[in-house]
Design a protein around this ligand. Structure first.
Ligand code: GAL
Length: 521
């Protein structure tokens, strides 16, 4: 919730530090997936002990999060939230103290409205924003809160207004610092969220079956731009250690790690199968998730239902990258991964971090990867030479007004077979703020470039193009119909190093955008 004082140095990382104070994705356990409403003091403290005994705590998992089911309605006079004494006979402070004694952190649950998703009435923050925050963090000494939205929806509250009111109440009234705040609104709420929350759910609830894991990955393919500066898309709690196949568990862990989702274990940690335990403790996967840059990984290559994600590790445009090849199809697939697509030129080394082996030490051009049905291969790559990216997909851009809640016509991505990466950006423009932006357009030497814009429009539409905040210039773009991707090439000037390219239109709707391609003149 607050930008933390937990600096990258505390991670023992000596590479370039980000310019913000950094907090990695939350790692821990949550009661919901296995225990649902059937929680009590013994269950929670038993799991805390198991987290230590299994070595999961040592591997980095710290938070023991109590979900729905511990509360009773607020007392109207004292304004105090009730607790189910049949389940928590020693009270909630005692539970947090016991968790802390094990060297762990404690998490609690509430709703932005009045009622909880599990049916409890008048237990939520609504009308008790100050009182409940003081109770959770100062009186009971919890360190994390997940705030659900069933009650908020029943009261028809405005998400931004109510969540920011609750978080402002923490900032203004709570003594404890470094409280972690998780929003559970089951959809990306809007770009305001990263100024307020540490993480936010992007989808409905996960359940323990492959179709659910696959659907959540698909809903998160193009949201990486919104995970940044140590604020994260939350893909929901892990179903590892329950009934998924080993390949499915690898994909679940790998994609959650490379997209920097919080890692909240959801199984019963006292009886976790060895394969799952080792996967959850995989140091190299955890390092990708907790990496000091705090960023997500865009899709850099797609071959049918096989997706390749890649992101920098430790240093922006440094030598080391994480690459995950995920097969969402029901058949084994072999693809060729392009070294340029994953960000390099020349030779690289490729290390498989799930099977702990060097796959190849001097790959030039392309390398073959075979991935089982529902499986993933995860690599750490190293190479001295990074390439200057030529193509920027629209669906990997950051859209200022992107949100999945209000139904307003704001810029969004949409799957499209005709597009180069599998999706286009639509509903761009009509408002100065409704733009899309690539914030990290890299130029080795700076200078003049040709920028080819691939777009779709069935009528003449203007597009405002702005590089590095300069006054936008307007291009009038024509197209034959709403089916075909056509191109227009314009000249732009880039600075040496990182640049920002923004496309939008303040008065009317802009064309739909597929991608931009750059070539130095
Ligand atoms: C849902 C939430 C779940 C769980 C449940 C509790 O809305 O997405 O993760 O917290 O409520 O009732």
């Amino acid at each position: 919730m607050k930008k933390s004082t937990f600096l990258a140095v505390a991670l023992g990382v000596c590479a370039s530090l980000p310019s913000f104070s950094f907090r990695p994705p939350t790692m821990g356990w949550s009661s919901w997936n296995t225990f649902a409403l059937n929680i009590n003091e013994d269950v929670i403290l038993g799991q805390a002990e198991a987290m230590v005994k299994t070595g999961l705590a040592k591997a980095g998992y710290k938070y023991i999060n109590i979900d729905d089911g511990y509360f009773l309605p607020h007392d109207k006079e004292t304004k105090l939230l009730g607790v189910r004494e049949d389940r928590f006979p020693h009270g909630m402070r005692y539970v947090a103290d016991e968790i802390h004694k094990l060297g762990l952190k404690a998490g609690i649950y509430s709703d932005a409205g009045a009622n909880a998703c599990g049916g409890s009435k008048d237990i939520g923050y609504y009308g008790y924003e100050v009182e409940d925050n003081i109770l959770f963090f100062d009186t009971w000494d919890y360190d994390f809160v997940k705030v659900d939205y069933c009650g908020g929806r029943q009261l028809n509250l405005d998400e931004k207004e109510q969540y920011t009111k609750i978080i402002q109440a923490i900032r203004d009234n709570v003594k404890k610092k470094d409280v972690v705040f998780n929003i559970c609104r089951w959809a990306y709420p809007g770009t305001w969220v990263s100024d307020w929350a540490d993480s936010w759910r992007t989808t409905g609830d996960i359940y323990c079956a492959w179709p659910s894991v696959k659907a959540i990955i698909k809903e998160n393919l193009y949201l990486s731009a919104y995970t940044h500066d140590g604020h994260y898309n939350d893909m929901d709690m892990l179903e590892i250690g329950r009934t998924l196949s080993q390949d499915e568990e690898i994909t679940h862990m790998a994609v959650w790690c490379i997209l920097s989702s919080p890692l909240l274990i959801g199984c019963d940690m006292s009886q976790i199968p060895e394969f799952s335990l080792n996967l959850l403790k995989n140091k190299e996967l955890i390092a990708i998730n907790q990496d000091v840059l705090g960023i997500g990984a865009p899709v850099v290559q797609r071959n049918g239902e096989v997706y390749v994600f890649a992101k920098d590790l430790k240093k922006v445009r440094g030598k080391e990258r994480a690459v995950c090849v995920t097969n969402l199809s029901d058949e084994e697939q072999t693809i060729e991964v392009s070294v340029e697509n994953i960000g390099y030129e020349g030779n690289i080394s490729v290390r498989d971090i799930v099977n702990h082996k060097l796959v190849s030490a001097s790959v030039g051009g392309k390398f073959k990867v075979t991935v089982p049905a529902h499986g993933s291969q995860v690599f750490v790559t190293k190479g001295a030479l990074r390439c200057e990216p030529k193509k920027y997909e629209a669906e990997a851009s950051w859209m200022k007004c992107y949100q999945e809640i209000s139904g307003d016509k704001t810029a969004t991505y949409m799957p499209s077979d005709k597009s180069s990466g599998g999706a286009i950006v639509t509903n761009l423009g009509h408002n100065k703020e409704n733009y899309m932006e690539w914030k990290q357009v890299y130029s080795k030497n700076g200078g003049d470039y040709e920028m080819t814009i691939s777009y779709i429009t069935g009528e003449e539409r203007p597009l405002a193009i702005s590089v590095n905040g300069e006054t936008p210039r307007i291009e009038k773009l024509k197209g034959p119909n709403w089916e075909s991707v056509v191109t227009k090439t314009v000249r732009i000037k880039l600075n040496k190093g990182m640049n920002t390219i923004r496309l939008g239109e303040q008065d009317t709707w802009a064309p739909d955008i597929d991608c931009i391609q750059l070539s130095a003149i």
